[in-house]
Ligand binder design. Sequence first.
Ligand code: PGA
Length: 251
Amino acid sequence: MRKPVIAGNWKMFKTVGDSVATAVALKPLVANANHCEIVITPVFTALKSVADRLEGSNIKVAAQNCAAEQREGAFTGEVAAFMIRDAGCSHVIVGHSERRQYYSDSDEVVSRKTHAGLAAGLTVIVCVGETLEQRDQGSAERVVREQLVWGLTGLTASDLDRIIVAYEPVWAIGTGRTATPEQAQEMHAFIRRVFAEGHSEAAANALRILYGGSVKPDNIAGLMRKADIDGALVGGASLNAESFAQIVNYK
Ligand code: PGA
């Protein structure tokens, strides 16, 4: 049985104070949610304060990105994965399409960040997903396969326990246009097949694959009914404690 993961991606929203307030408001609303793992992802400056306030709760804290370099050094503006761990995080997101699009995170960089996260003991949420143009051209599967193969290159069997894949079609992010549960299921099943080819059937069966892109309280249940959808990466609707709690408590 794969335990679902509901992760909130707060992107570049909220001050430290607002982040802590949202996290504190969320805590009682999801205190009984044992059916899934809950992760929230504040901005870097708020990670430590939020993680401290959530200690002992069932909400885990993730960073939205990490440095590709594994050791400290002269890399102005970067934050190493071990520093993220040190701040109280258990997870890190890598390869989000906004990073790929606006900050030129290539497949190779995403792969290095994945390894950096794993080396620091973090669980890594690796994001993949095609643009609308690529979908319209019929190359969605090819693009996702390439991102997956790169993102997961060089991983050992023991690394795989700490890998989560998030399928986020770029055309569904922040647009209000969710993939239908059928469209998402189709790609999730494909991702599982690619994973089985690259690793093993057992690892593929254990892999959690999250859907992301305009997930809301009113569409989560339909998505979660699909066999290969093991959770969600939620942007806009995770910024508010009540709406994120409704998504967490989709059952
Ligand atoms: P959205 O963002 O839910 O606002 O579409 C999802 C994401 O970018 O992770």
